[in-house]
Unconditional design. Structure first.
Length: 484
């Protein structure tokens, strides 16, 4: 039976909008360090969020060893702080569950309200524990050493959201208490699909959009370990240095040359994965086909460090190739081919293809399985041979997939990774192997020029987005299809 409409339903729906917004704010802001109520003293890292405080005790007490030894702080205070932070995170999770269940029918809403009430109570208890931990730290005999600090803004913010969530859950439960509902839990398909994709959206936000907050370092005269303050604000100083400094400009041009060359080679050979998939699908013996596919896919799961170890065993001075050529008399002494600066771009292309061609072919194999088999049967009746069917049916069937991947490759032409080039780099081939991602890493981590490396990373990201839209526009103009 359907849920019977109730006069209280519009009021309840409006209340749920508020609780959903509050739950979303709580989940997002518990990842921001600046509003962390668990930072109760100077020994706690300023870049630690509430979520990290509740799941990583070792990080929470990382700088407190000396304070524990001297007796300035009792470790029990930090244990209470850790437990309370974890309880707050659990309370926020329960409020989020309540917000999700509020999208269902009345029976699901009623069940979700219990999660909301539990979440509000649990979060308030956790915040009370954080306040108690702060009081213990503030009672120390060495306040000048411990530097007690209470994040009142963050504390009050989470407390208000917890109270709002608790009150709304209680009020909604009372308003829906006498409302008849169907026997089963139900939810509209559109909400089910939204909740299914929500974790992926959250992961994309955390790992792709939240780090953009670090772009602010490009506008400050920041050094590692210092703090950001307006007296260090320098505006576009580092942007002008990037263009005005001759040495930096030369490095950027050299790095761009390497990046565009290696990415260009990768794009020029991107058809290899499609060709490999087509020929692999033509192997009629199932065990042989599965063996080849497995054997070519495994390298993708091997780290570049292990790949370099394999390359070292084969191409170093005492490696397999050098030993064979020396014994055969081709070389008078062993040679280290990894140190040879010649043809570096082609070597990196070869290693990348060996590692990734099998993995890249998987999407084309899936595309081949989606091609209508009646086309092949009709071609066989017309007398077409195997290569004719591959060229006239399989290849056209895979072109849309190839074009989408090609557009994505063009958009990422400046982002070809750094792990491969980091492990293969040495003093001899450094000029020809350093790509943009590796340059940003060395500039920020190696040289400590964090603002300048942030500027380079920003420019790279913006140019990549521009290239994506440009390639998409060209594809739409020439083929009438786009991915955006």
């Amino acid at each position: 039976m359907k849920d019977k409409p109730s006069s209280n339903q519009p009021v309840v729906d409006k209340l749920y909008y508020v609780s959903r917004i509050g739950a979303l704010l709580s989940v997002v802001l518990m990842l921001f360090p600046g509003i962390n109520p668990s930072r109760i003293c100077g020994y706690i890292n300023k870049n630690m969020s509430l979520f990290t405080s509740g799941i990583a005790y070792s990080e929470l007490v990382k700088e407190c060893e000396r304070a524990f030894t001297k007796g300035w702080i009792q470790e029990s205070s930090f244990q209470l702080l850790f437990a309370s932070s974890l309880i707050v995170c659990i309370g926020i999770a329960l409020l989020a569950v309540c917000a999700c269940m509020s999208l269902g029918n009345i029976k699901m809403k009623k069940a979700g309200n219990f999660f909301g009430m539990a979440g509000g109570v649990v979060e308030i208890l956790g915040l009370t524990g954080i306040k108690a931990a702060y009081n213990q730290v503030a009672a120390t005999s060495k306040p000048d050493k411990v530097l007690p600090v209470f994040q009142s803004n963050g504390y009050n913010f989470f407390l208000v959201l917890a109270v709002i969530g608790l009150v709304i859950a209680v009020v909604a439960q009372l308003l829906l208490w006498k409302t008849e509902s169907e026997e089963r839990f139900e939810m509209d398909s559109k909400y089910k699909l939204f909740l299914m994709i929500l974790p992926f959206l959250a992961a994309a936000f955390v790992f792709s959009y939240l780090p953009l907050w670090g772009w602010r370092y490009a506008f400050f005269d920041y050094t590692s370990g210092s703090t950001l303050s307006m007296d260090k604000f320098v505006g576009f100083k580092w942007f002008t240095i990037l263009l005005e400094n001759a040495a930096t400009r030369a490095d950027i041009l050299r790095v761009l040359r390497n990046t565009l060359a290696m990415s260009g080679l990768g794009i020029a050979t991107s058809w290899v994965a499609m060709a490999f998939a087509i020929f692999l699908s033509e192997i009629k013996c199932g065990p042989v086909r599965r063996f080849v596919q497995t054997f070519t896919t495994i390298p993708n799961f091997i780290s570049w460090v292990l790949v370099y170890a394999l390359a070292l065993a084969i191409f170093s001075t005492d490696g397999f190739v050098s030993s064979i050529f020396t014994q055969m008399g081709v070389w008078t002494e062993g040679q280290n081919l990894l140190m040879d600066p010649n043809h570096t771009w082609l070597k990196m292309l070869a290693w990348g293809m060996w590692k990734g061609v099998g993995w890249s072919a998987i999407i084309y194999i899936a595309g081949i399985s989606g091609i209508d088999q009646q086309l092949y049967e009709a071609a066989t009746v017309d007398g077409a041979g195997r290569f004719q069917k591959m060229w006239n049916i399989t290849v056209p069937g895979l072109i849309p997939t190839y074009m989408v991947l090609l557009l994505m490759s063009i958009a990422g032409v400046l982002s070809n990774g750094m792990e491969q080039y980091l492990v293969f780099k040495n003093a001899i081939n450094a000029d020809s192997i350093t790509v943009l991602d590796l340059y940003v890493y060395e500039l920020g981590i190696g040289s400590g020029a964090i603002p300048l490396s942030t500027v380079v990373g920003m420019v790279k990201s913006l140019v990549s987005v521009a290239l994506l839209f440009l390639a998409n526009r060209i594809s739409k103009t020439l083929r009438g299809e786009s991915i955006i």
